[in-house]
Design a protein around this ligand. Structure first.
Ligand SMILES: Cc1cc2nc3c(=O)[nH]c(=O)nc-3n(C[C@H](O)[C@H](O)[C@H](O)COP(=O)(O)OP(=O)(O)OC[C@H]3O[C@@H](n4cnc5c(N)ncnc54)[C@H](O)[C@@H]3O)c2cc1C
Length: 235
């Protein structure tokens, strides 16, 4: 796994812009001198742990204020996040009220996407939390190899279109208020011929079931897929 070389190093991102990107996603752009020296890992699903301020009224309720968010975009002294809106979340609540000038500390930086150079195709599956990462994977590589993506969204308005998306075959699956069906999607996959790469990201129980199916049932080699748990229902 790629990881920021300087362990223990931190950066401070200052909010420059906040916008409601879609019904479920808030886009937050961070910048400022506090990001000086921050370097992309070069992997399209790179993510960081951001320390969110704990509301003073409920200090005991949130033991750990660090939350992973993908870098949807990253450049010199700038990055953009897509934060899903859901009930009862520290980070989610923060994003709904975030404003220019707020700051977030970054304490970790890592990536998981390991597509072999020889992969003839890629399949990307995720729920709405994986939209920032999958959008970046598609933007950076769909022109290089056949790319299919299946993305679960809670609201039809979360379907997105951006120029590079047209290079991929994307299916937006509307799944409002329902438990994720990512593992079923993986079980029903029709794999193209040849060696490829499958990336699955979303709710932990679903990605764990997906990993088990790809490894034990399909007996795919470990380097031909990545299944990353992004969030855990109920905790
Ligand atoms: C590598 C990585 C990259 C990630 N990238 C993104 C990203 O780009 N965008 C993004 O939005 N998330 C992303 N996540 C997921 C995000 O870190 C979690 O959803 C996180 O728990 C949200 O924190 P919170 O403070 O809002 O909620 P928490 O305080 O952690 O949880 C509060 C409650 O909300 C529930 N919950 C948490 N997340 C969700 C959700 N998405 N939907 C419904 N219920 C939820 C929990 O089960 C809990 O009951 C990523 C996670 C990882 C590991």
């Amino acid at each position: 796994m790629g990881e920021a070389a300087l362990r223990g190093q931190t950066w401070d991102g200052e909010v420059h812009k906040v916008e409601q990107q879609s019904p479920s996603l808030v886009r937050v752009e961070l910048g400022g001198d506090g990001l000086e020296g921050f370097r992309s890992l070069g992997a399209p699903d790179e993510a960081c742990v951001f320390e969110f301020p704990v509301p003073a009224a409920a200090p005991g309720l949130v033991p750990n204020a660090g939350r992973w968010y993908s870098l949807h975009e990253v450049g010199p002294n700038s990055m953009a996040l897509g934060i899903v809106q859901h009930p009862g979340g520290l980070a989610s609540n923060w994003a709904s009220k975030a404003k220019a000038g707020d700051t977030l500390r970054i304490t970790r930086h890592k990536s998981w996407f390991r597509r072999p150079a020889a992969a003839a195709w890629q399949i990307l599956l995720g729920d709405i939390t994986a939209v920032p990462a999958i959008a970046r994977i598609i933007t950076e590589s769909a022109h290089l190899l056949p790319t299919r993506a299946v993305i679960e969204i809670p609201d039809a308005g979360d379907q997105q279109d951006w120029p590079a998306a047209r290079a991929a075959d994307i299916e937006w699956m509307l799944n409002p208020q329902a438990p994720s069906r990512l593992s079923d999607l993986v079980r029903n996959l029709e794999l193209p011929p040849g060696d490829g790469y499958i990336y699955v990201a979303g709710e932990v129980a679903e990605t764990r079931a997906a990993r088990k199916f790809l490894s034990r049932d399909l007996k795919l080699p470990n380097d031909s897929f990545g299944a990353v748990g992004y969030w855990r229902r109920g905790t």
